[in-house]
Design a protein around this ligand. Structure first.
Ligand code: FCB
Length: 391
């Protein structure tokens, strides 16, 4: 299977999960204030992978893997530590980071919001506050002004609906609310935040700007028409409900695909095999179906995340190849898939789970040194990226 010559091959990470000591954000506060009354998070992010200091080494690994791009995020809490105060040192740091990636021949796909918020914003009510979209767009404009030159593409918000659901519906992530209404308000504010940020970013740079959406496919059993209806409604809520209102302000769609859900008698009941270490059902053709459903937007699509927790690396290579087979099928059908980023370059801080889920093509030794050791799948992915051919 041959991929187009200009296909983008990369890996993805995010700031809080890899940089370390991201002390000024809501997640950090939640991690260190754990008082014994709650189980989560299983551990704090601490120094994470220390990528704040080791980014050159990390980009070297991307190069070794024959990648031509890298996806990463910048941290709002570092750049705007107090409302309206922008830290030029932090901006300079990211300028150095992005420049060094580009100097290694890696195109930079830069995300401006990946789950974490500055503490001051969280204290104002975070994304429940109707002023937040505007505040986000001010931060986005400032960052684009300062860093735009070193961003090949920009994405505003990572997985807005996952954020809304985990933080305001299931209550798993800070601020641990469980309310359908609050979850809805956050989604609306994120739609507004994206649209406002898009316009502001575009006023200072002509780089392509998109959003990153996690979209799961929904299958249904053949038993009842209700299952079919439920699957269709859930898929709509998970995709077009967010994408339609932002579609005028998108130069591309970033798609994160991890799994499919199967509805059986109005409940999600997924098969037990194959699954990854987190129990997520591995389903390949769901990716194809999601891609087909995005065709109507007629926008370029980048797969901005796809990967699995697989500590002994026994499934990763097959997973990548089979997912890429789906991407190839979508390409043959005329769907404009422009690139693939594997999640993740490194084992990193998997949010409330802590560090045990191992998503990295590169193993990170957590004992003390944070030494990076490429897994076998790293070399297999490198082979694919080298010529854009999957065998
Ligand atoms: C996605 C997140 C990313 C990572 C992967 C496993 O939902 O965007 O930060 O945690 O899942």
């Amino acid at each position: 299977m041959e991929f187009p010559k200009d296909f983008i091959w990369g890996t993805a990470t995010s700031a809080h999960q890899t940089e370390g000591n991201n002390t000024n954000c809501d997640w950090w506060k939640w991690e260190v204030e754990k008082d014994g009354k709650r189980d989560l998070p299983l551990e704090p992010s601490g120094q994470a992978c220390d990528s704040y200091n080791r980014y050159i080494e990390d980009f070297e690994l991307c190069k070794q893997m024959n990648n031509n791009a890298v996806r990463l995020s910048i941290e709002w809490a570092r750049i705007e530590p107090r409302r309206g105060t922008f830290d030029t040192k932090a901006l300079d740091h990211y300028r150095k980071v992005l420049k060094s990636a580009q100097e290694k021949g890696l195109k930079t796909f830069v995300t401006f919001h990946h789950f974490t918020n500055p503490t001051w914003l969280a204290e104002m009510g975070g994304w429940l506050n109707f002023k937040t979209p505007k505040l986000f767009s001010i931060f986005a404009k400032k960052s684009a002004e300062y860093l735009g030159e070193y961003c090949d593409t920009i994405t505003t918000i990572n997985e807005p609906q996952v954020y809304a659901a985990m933080s305001y519906l299931s209550g798993t992530w800070p601020p641990n609310k469980k309310s359908l209404l609050l979850c809805l308000i956050v989604q609306i504010n994120m739609i507004r935040g994206h649209n406002m940020a898009y316009k502001k970013i575009k006023s200072v740079t002509d780089k392509p700007v998109g959003v990153v959406k996690n979209i799961s496919w929904y299958e249904y059993s053949n038993y009842t028409v209700l299952d079919k209806l439920a699957a269709k409604i859930l898929y709509f809520l998970n995709s077009d409900f967010f994408l339609k209102p932002v579609s005028k302000y998108l130069d591309f769609i970033g798609l994160n695909y991890y799994f499919t859900n199967r509805i059986v008698k109005l409940k999600i009941k997924n098969p037990d095999i194959p699954v990854n270490d987190l129990g997520w059902w591995i389903n390949y053709d769901g990716l194809y179906k999601v891609l087909v459903s995005l065709k109507k937007y007629d926008l370029p699509i980048f797969i901005t995340e796809n990967g699995l927790a697989d500590s002994n690396d026994s499934q990763r290579t097959e997973f990548i190849k089979k997912m890429l087979t789906q991407v190839h099928a979508a390409l043959s059908r005329g769907i404009k898939v422009k690139g693939y980023f594997h999640w993740s370059l490194l084992d990193n801080y998997e949010w409330h789970h802590g560090f045990w889920p191992r998503f990295g093509l590169v193993e990170v030794d957590r004992t003390d040194t944070l030494k990076r050791t490429p897994r076998k799948s790293f070399y297999d992915y490198a082979e694919i990226c080298k010529n854009g051919i999957v065998k």
